[in-house]
Design a protein around this ligand. Structure first.
Ligand code: ATP
Ligand code: MG
Length: 411
């Protein structure tokens, strides 16, 4: 059944999208991407169809909405980038106005009983079916009068605490009230692909999230130092990608062994510039992954001044190893704010588990905060050709694919 056909016993979710409305000619492209992502995010649930209507998307359910389905839908829709808000709608078959008034009053009363701070309301009617004899302002007025009389609440068209949405379809009327918050931003796939350098620290998962919210499909690369370090930091990185997985249709993580390259640098290069040298090789390896997956930029969690390798000077020496742009969404964000975001997206507790980042012999005691490009050039010349080590590392990289919805185990 379609929304225009209407099966009143089944649920329907009205999805309002975020910035897409302002995208002019590209709007249908953005909406198409969002619809595709919605279908992927809702896989395995009883969904009859996902269709766009004016400035909204209707998700029609193939089953009545019970509490379990509602909370599953809330969780999944709540993670889809590009959604501003969404509401569970009631469907009133046959379009009787008196019943619509009653149901609208009941909806507001339920919201009040649920403890929502509501002092003002508005009614926003859209006639999807223009042949409906009563114009929208008149419907707004009649429902508004009924709600006002029943609840004593005042109307505030511009700044209502609760907006009652009414949508007139050919054979039924949709009614919806409270809106659940989405992630906003742009749907993933609307912008280019990027490769994100994901450590198991606090910053890079947040940086990845910020870039996902700009509509980029993010492919993750993590460099590990096994066998000098244990598998634990790799497992933490996998947990981080699982935590970030609901935000895009499919996540990929490349685990690249860096130990041999680090060992050569640790043995042959002066210790104060080592970290910057490691970073430059991470960038070069990440660019090879980017070429393979068709990514247009790299992403890191750097923030100016946070540690020695993140001074403006050292960041620019690291940038020097790249041919692709390096996006640093957290470059001017302070640690407190980053931690707040990490908590909100659920990565903080994973990132703060104890792990061995790198073994002691690879990490210098006193890293230089102002590494000079000429010292780096000299050190890299002295290292000689690194191609074999680079290709060996890439050849031994592990690729993991993580779906946006966890696969169900067993029957
Ligand atoms: P994070 O909290 O993201 O680890 P950090 O403040 O610890 O960041 P650094 O360790 O200097 O900073 O790393 C800076 C950035 O370099 C990280 O945000 C990440 O993008 C990248 N990076 C560092 N180590 C790794 C790694 N082992 N694998 C992949 N990327 C890494
Ligand atoms: Mg780190």
């Amino acid at each position: 059944m379609t929304a225009s056909g209407g099966d009143a016993t089944k649920g329907l979710v009205v999805v309002h999208y975020a910035e897409l409305g302002t995208k002019g000619k590209n709007r249908s492209f953005f909406v198409g991407v969002l619809r595709r992502n919605l279908r992927r995010a809702l896989v395995g649930l009883p969904i009859a169809n996902v269709q766009s209507r004016h400035a909204r998307i209707f998700v029609e359910l193939a089953a009545p909405l019970d509490d379990d389905l509602r909370s599953e839908l809330s969780a999944r829709l709540g993670a889809v980038m590009g959604i501003a808000t969404f509401s569970f709608a009631e469907r009133i078959p046959g379009r009787p106005l008196d019943r619509l008034e009653q149901e609208a009053c009941r909806l507001v009363e339920r919201a009040l009983a649920g403890g929502a701070a509501i002092r003002t309301f508005a009614v926003d009617t859209r006639r999807g079916d223009k042949s409906f004899p009563i114009p929208s302002p008149e419907i707004n007025r009649r429902i508004g009068a009924a709600i006002g009389a029943r609840t004593g609440l005042g109307v505030d068209i511009r700044n209502a605490d609760l907006t009652v949405g009414v949508e007139v379809l050919p054979d039924s009327i949709l009614l919806y009230g409270e809106r659940e918050e989405g992630q906003r931003g742009l749907p993933v796939g609307a912008s280019a692909r990027v490769v994100s350098l994901l450590s198991s620290g606090i910053d890079s998962p947040v940086a990845s999230y910020r870039i996902l919210a700009r509509g980029c499909r993010v492919i993750y690369v993590h460099f590990h130092s096994m066998p000098y370090t244990k598998r634990a930091s790799v497992d933490l990185t996998l947990d981080l990608v699982r935590q970030l997985a609901p935000y895009q249709p499919k996540s990929e993580l490349y685990l690249v062994p860096l130990a041999e390259i680090q060992r050569k640098i640790a043995v042959e290069a002066q210790s104060s510039i080592r970290v910057v040298l490691y970073r430059r090789w991470m960038i070069r390896l990440a660019e090879k992954v980017a070429a393979k997956v068709g990514a247009r930029a790299l992403v890191t969690g750097d923030s100016i001044g946070q540690v020695a390798s993140q001074t403006v000077e050292n960041l620019s020496v690291t940038q020097g190893a790249a041919t692709l742009p390096i996006l640093r969404p957290l470059v001017a964000t302070g640690k407190e704010e980053i931690i707040r975001m990490a908590r909100r997206i659920g990565t903080y507790d994973i990132s703060t588990q104890p792990y061995e980042d790198c073994c002691a012999f690879l990490m210098p005691q006193n890293p230089e905060t102002h590494v000079r490009p000429e010292d780096v050039a000299r050190a890299e010349d002295a290292l000689g050709p690194m191609d074999d080590l680079v290709w060996d590392a890439l050849g031994r990289a592990e690729r993991h694919v993580i779906p946006c919805v966890p696969e169900r185990k067993g029957p």
